[in-house]
Design a protein around this ligand. Structure first.
Ligand code: GLC
Length: 576
């Protein structure tokens, strides 16, 4: 295992600072709160934290609109609080990576304030300006991608909200300023960065218009109403075509190389993980990103054995081209931008069982797992019912667009908004069954409403007390993973590759062979693994069973697996 880097053996846990823990009782999460929960995280067994943006921000996009890259949002604390957090995390052997938003700043960032002030100020060319809107490009959050500024009598480009102007990455001064900010946190000792939305950094230099016969609000509405296979296919095509000239453009490899070189100035194996699934951004395995996310795994309505097998085949084939030690996968099923695992991949009948299977999947597949805060207690999406509670501005923008421009009834508009807004998966962490779920004091109004299911066992304190809770299941699995080298470094070998009900695979290292069986069906299975060439004439020594298999040793020939069971065993030679 020693040849692997820390970011290959680690389990990452994403903290959404606004919603994790409120240490000063103002209804908003903060560093004091996070620091108080570090023992919880150490006990859970995670090794690294990805912190969503903690920088000063007017919060048009919940911190992803940064107004100062070298400071801490006052509602989260001070720079000293950050340093204490970093220090206390490191003391517990927990690494910390930050979120780095390169594509855009806030429109309140001093760079933009200066840039927009005139056509000839020193930062006039730091953003993307045009005399008239050069095309019909849309912002993926709020309509037209070009917004007028009277001071310059010009328009600036923004892929996201108009409060998030795109930086002009062709300007070397922009790079220098941003690399300085990158160094600022590396100097303080952070272990790396998650790179936000890198695909959107460069645009088509020919500014080619899109050819979709509608604007963003109409496309969202079209997507909401699409039902037939043709409509659903068209919807995907339209989304792709509307934005294809605004992301994934040439130039990014060079930029990622430059950023990697900045990181490599530092000791301690600082790392970069890109919010992108394109393995090309790992360069030659040593000169661009360390990791990119396996997003295709989560781009599905249902996690099925066939889907996962196909996904693994495609991803690992691509990664195999890179040097063995760096062609490393990175798996996740949830983050702050999408429906929560428990809701999204449930079937409304076996949600709890499926949540356990999916957790086991991410923790046993080859690659670095990323967990999202709250998934370990089975937090679910919470549908807001009142537009005044919506904090995700792309939600409020959509609501108002369809109510005022398209005349959609407010009730229906609210339902659609609740589904599309990311607030549903960002509600405060549920620590206990006390008022406000122990996130904030009872008397406080939390920044987003709490999901009331904290009163029904979906909270940390209740689950800590209950041996069979999801939380204890995660802890157990994380321990098994840590103590089973092949689960971390072993090669992936699918077995019974035609099975529809279950996903079975081996993780094979020189010293150890592990068999994982994930029964995605509600059937009891009798399986025979005695003909699998890698493991015949072996016996199974149970390491983990969600069904509490009482027998430690199982017969390869007649392996019985309970409905929805997760079974992990070491495969041992009979003669050993
Ligand atoms: C990324 C973030 C998302 C944000 C967007 C714009 O996709 O994950 O939350 O809204 O970038 O910064």
């Amino acid at each position: 295992m020693s040849s692997l880097k820390w970011w290959q053996t680690a389990v990452f846990y994403q903290i959404y600072p606004r919603s994790f823990a409120d240490g000063n009782g103002d209804g908003i999460g903060d560093f004091k709160g996070i620091i108080e929960k570090l023992d919880y995280l150490a006990d859970l067994g995670v090794d690294a934290l990805w912190l969503s943006p903690h920088f000063p921000s007017p919060n048009w996009d919940c911190g992803y609109d940064i107004s100062d890259y070298c400071n801490v949002a006052p509602e989260y604390g001070t720079l000293d609080d950050f340093k204490t957090f970093l220090d206390e995390s490191h003391k517990r052997n927990i690494r910390v990576i930050l979120d780095l938003v390169l594509n855009h700043t806030s429109d309140e960032h001093e760079w933009f304030v200066e840039s927009k002030s005139s056509r000839d100020n020193p930062k006039a060319d730091w953003y993307v300006w045009a005399d008239t809107p050069p095309n019909n490009w849309q912002s993926c959050f709020d309509g037209d991608a070009w917004t007028y500024v009277p001071e310059r009598d010009q328009y600036y480009y923004h892929y996201f909200m108009k409060q998030q102007p795109d930086l002009n990455w062709h300007n070397p001064e922009v790079k220098k300023a941003m690399w300085d900010a990158v160094r600022f946190w590396l100097d303080l000792g952070v272990d790396g960065y998650r790179l936000d939305a890198i695909g959107t950094i460069y645009e088509d230099p020919n500014l080619t218009p899109h050819n979709v016969p509608m604007n963003l609000a109409e496309l969202r509405r079209f997507s909401d109403l699409a039902k037939t296979p043709t409509e659903l296919k068209l919807k995907d095509k339209y989304w792709h075509d509307m934005f294809k000239n605004q992301w994934g453009q040439a130039g990014l490899h060079g930029l990622m190389k430059e950023l990697r070189a900045v990181l490599d100035e530092y000791d301690g194996d600082r790392m970069l993980v890109g919010e992108d699934d394109n393995i090309d951004y790992m360069g030659n395995g040593k000169d661009e990103l360390h990791l990119v996310f396996n997003f295709p795994l989560m781009r599905t309505e249902h996690i099925t054995p066939e889907h996962v097998r196909k996904n693994q085949k495609e991803r690992l084939k691509r990664l195999d081209i890179l040097p063995a030690e760096t062609g490393w996968p990175c798996n996740t099923l949830g983050n702050h931008d999408c429906s929560r695992i428990h809701t999204r991949y449930g079937d409304k009948l076996h949600d709890a069982e499926l949540a356990r299977l999916n957790a086991a999947l991410v923790l046993t597949m080859k690659g670095t797992p990323f967990l999202y805060n709250g998934e370990e207690i089975g937090m679910t999406d919470y549908m807001l019912t009142d537009i005044s509670h919506v904090k995700d501005t792309m939600g409020t923008w959509y609501y108002h667009s369809i109510v005022t421009i398209m005349g959609v009834h407010p009730e229906e508009a609210m339902l659609r908004t609740a589904e599309m807004t990311r607030d549903k998966n960002r509600t405060p962490m549920q620590w206990s069954n006390n008022s406000n779920a122990g996130f904030s004091p009872a008397s406080v109004t939390t920044w987003l409403p709490l999901n009331p299911n904290y009163k029904d066992g979906v909270n940390v304190t209740d689950q800590e007390r209950s041996p069979y809770s999801l939380l204890n299941y995660y802890k157990h699995l994380l321990r098994v993973r840590k103590n089973t080298p092949a689960l971390i470094q072993g090669a992936y070998v699918p077995v019974h590759a035609a099975a529809k009900d279950y996903f079975a695979f081996l993780r094979v290292s020189e010293a150890q062979k592990i068999l994982v069986i994930l029964n995605f069906s509600n059937k009891r299975l009798e399986l025979d693994f005695s003909r699998v060439k890698e493991i015949k004439s072996h016996t199974l020594h149970t390491l983990f069973s969600s069904a509490d298999h009482s027998q430690k040793e199982q017969d390869l020939k007649a392996m019985s697996v309970n409905p929805f069971e997760v079974y992990i065993a070491e495969v041992k030679s009979i003669h050993a």
